[in-house]
Ligand binder design. Structure first.
Ligand code: HEC
Length: 110
């Protein structure tokens, strides 16, 4: 790529960013920024986790989860393998996608 092409690309990206319409391919796939994922995550959390971790993850019989700083892979491991008194939760009752949505939800509360 020539120097001019590089600057042209950067200028185009800057313009798109400034105008709030960065093409999807330029944005890392982050569920954290998606309102839909957050809403879905709240539904899944309330259904599966709230009974122990309390409303909005504020703690109950199980520890408080917010502020939440874990990544998806870490949470998936805890959910699938269980931890101490937390039972493992199967993909049948909570699909991987719902775990990712729960990450987005908990981060949105943090
Ligand atoms: C039956 C009760 C129960 C349910 C349901 C449950 N948990 Fe837990 N969870 C626990 C307990 C108890 C611990 C503490 C385990 C320990 O450290 O010994 C825990 C620990 C955790 C931890 C680790 C906390 C830390 O600081 O190490 C995370 C993260 C977590 N749970 C997330 C979830 C999510 C997300 C869900 C729903 C998908 C969920 N849990 C459902 C009881 C539960």
């Amino acid at each position: 790529m020539s120097r001019y092409a590089v600057w042209g690309t950067l200028a185009a990206l800057a313009w798109l960013a400034a105008n709030g319409s960065v093409p999807l391919s330029a944005v890392p796939p982050s569920a954290a920024a998606q309102p839909k994922a957050i809403t879905a995550g709240q539904g899944a959390f309330d259904r599966v986790c709230k009974q122990c971790h309390g409303p909005e993850g504020r703690g109950g019989d199980a520890p408080r989860l917010v502020p939440f700083s874990r990544e998806y892979e870490e949470l998936l491991a805890v959910v699938r393998e269980g931890k101490g008194e937390m039972p493992p939760i199967s993909a049948r009752s909570l699909p991987d996608e719902a775990v990712a949505q729960i990450v987005a939800y908990l981060k949105s509360l943090s």
